[in-house]
Write a protein that binds this ligand. Structure first.
Ligand code: AMP
Length: 424
């Protein structure tokens, strides 16, 4: 089969690496890809911001299956357009992707269907902001309604700060149009867990859970990033909790989306806070997470293509995904200046040596080729991923591999999976 993957990050590299192991994949294409992906798939040019451009690529390649990585083309309706043209595609339609593309849609949806989430208020004007603030105790979470590439959430320490941030957002000063409407949310405390499921409109089949590390610095300090690392172990969610989440979150979402006329297919990513009041949904994403996908797929022992096709065709079954009991971890290597102003174009050394460590796979994110060399081409450059029988060994292997790699200004966290190692 000919398979096309859309995207250019570490998530897409991990998807491609796994798809290459499928006996049914004959040819793999990626639009636009990165330097690491181009070693494992044929990279073709295309614009992720334009459904037309991606349709043109697919018309040329005529893939048997297309897998969409990032949220932007999903929210722009790439799945709707591919379906109209009879092209098989993995992912939700634009209407279903509103669970991610509009925080307000997601909050109202959760309220309508009694899915556990933080208390909230929606504001579109200065008056609504002033009226809403006294109902919240501090800190207050302020969220832009639309897609904001990870920059749409601010945790304000005081009501004054929350009000000021919200005003800036609705004036379009912080995240452009995405902030025209804002959500105030009750601040929740607890452990964050990413719970993902592959869905086919009716059924939701869970993936193994992962924990992401959003802040740039060790000990969860400094600004938020796209993600500096993630790990996955069986300990993150026990069987009972997984069942609870399926029964109270994933399956109700499937049923409710269907009843509202927007059947949900593709990956449903539930960002959860495990609070003293029970698990609460912080956000939905309509696609795989990055970097969670890297350690999650590192633990998958069955065919990924089959699961994607079953999702697209509405015939998923429990046995479609088989997981290893091993642990896995991904350490992101980022450029100097990330997340604000990453320095690009630095030569990367040691990739081969790192990949030779048993159980290690280095996924590329922001990289490109110049001549024979790999150079940095983005804020997040590489995701050094390791799988081993236990978390300690996986972490040791990942950091051993990190030690082989260098580029000018390279920064990374030294404490990925530390919480998982506690008490071990
Ligand atoms: P979101 O994009 O909604 O997941 O928010 C990004 C990050 O902000 C989350 O991963 C949490 O760390 C934090 N966050 C979001 N909502 C809340 C909340 N209600 N309480 C505490 N932290 C939150």
């Amino acid at each position: 089969m000919k398979v096309l993957v859309i995207g250019s990050g570490g998530r897409e590299h991990a998807i491609i690496w796994k798809l290459r192991q499928s006996p049914n994949v004959d040819q793999l294409f990626c639009v636009p890809g990165n330097a690491g992906i181009c070693e494992e798939a044929e990279c073709v040019f295309g614009d992720l911001k334009s459904v037309d451009s991606l349709v043109q690529v697919a018309s040329r390649i005529q893939p048997d299956m297309t897998v969409v990585g990032p949220e932007l083309p999903l929210s722009l309706g790439i799945v709707d357009e591919f379906q109209r043209r009879g092209l098989r595609v993995f992912g939700p339609t634009a209407a279903a992707a509103r669970l991610e593309s509009s925080k307000i849609f997601a909050k109202e949806f959760m309220q309508r269907h009694r899915i556990p989430t933080a208390h909230y208020a929606i504001c579109t004007s200065e008056k609504e902001i002033k009226d809403a603030l006294p109902h919240f105790s501090t800190p207050i979470v302020v969220k832009a309604d639309g897609l904001a590439a990870g920059k749409g959430v601010v945790i304000a320490k005081t009501r004054e700060e929350a009000g000021a941030v919200a005003l800036q957002m609705i004036a379009g000063k912080l995240v452009g149009e995405a902030g025209n409407r804002v959500v105030f949310e009750e601040f929740l405390e607890g452990e964050e867990v990413s719970f993902l499921a592959i869905c086919d409109g009716e059924r939701a089949i869970p993936l193994v859970a992962a924990q992401d590390h959003k802040r740039i610095g060790d000990g969860d300090t400094g600004p938020n990033t796209g993600g500096m690392g993630a790990y996955s172990t069986n300990d993150l969610l026990d069987g009972n909790m997984r069942e609870w989440l399926l029964a109270h979150v994933a399956r109700p979402v499937m049923q409710a989306m269907k009843s509202e006329g927007a059947e949900y297919r593709g990956v449903l990513y539930c960002g959860l806070m495990m609070t003293a009041r029970g698990p609460m949904v912080l956000e939905f994403n309509c696609r795989f997470g990055d970097p969670e996908t890297q350690p999650i797929l590192a633990r998958l022992d069955s065919d990924l293509l089959g699961a994607f096709i079953a999702s697209a065709e509405g015939r998923l079954s429990e046995g479609d995904l088989k997981w290893s009991n091993d642990a896995s971890v991904c350490v992101v290597l980022a450029s100097k200046g990330y997340p604000d102003t990453p320095e690009l174009g630095k030569v990367i050394h040691g990739l081969k040596q790192a990949d030779q460590i048993p159980g290690v796979k280095v996924f590329h994110a922001g990289t490109r080729h110049t001549g024979d060399e790999f150079v940095t081409n983005g804020g997040r450059v590489l995701g050094v991923t390791a799988r081993a029988a236990d978390l300690r060994s996986a972490v040791d292997r990942a950091y051993e591999a990190v030690g082989k790699i260098s580029f000018d200004g390279m920064q990374y966290r030294r404490d990925i999976a530390k919480r998982g190692l506690r008490g071990k």
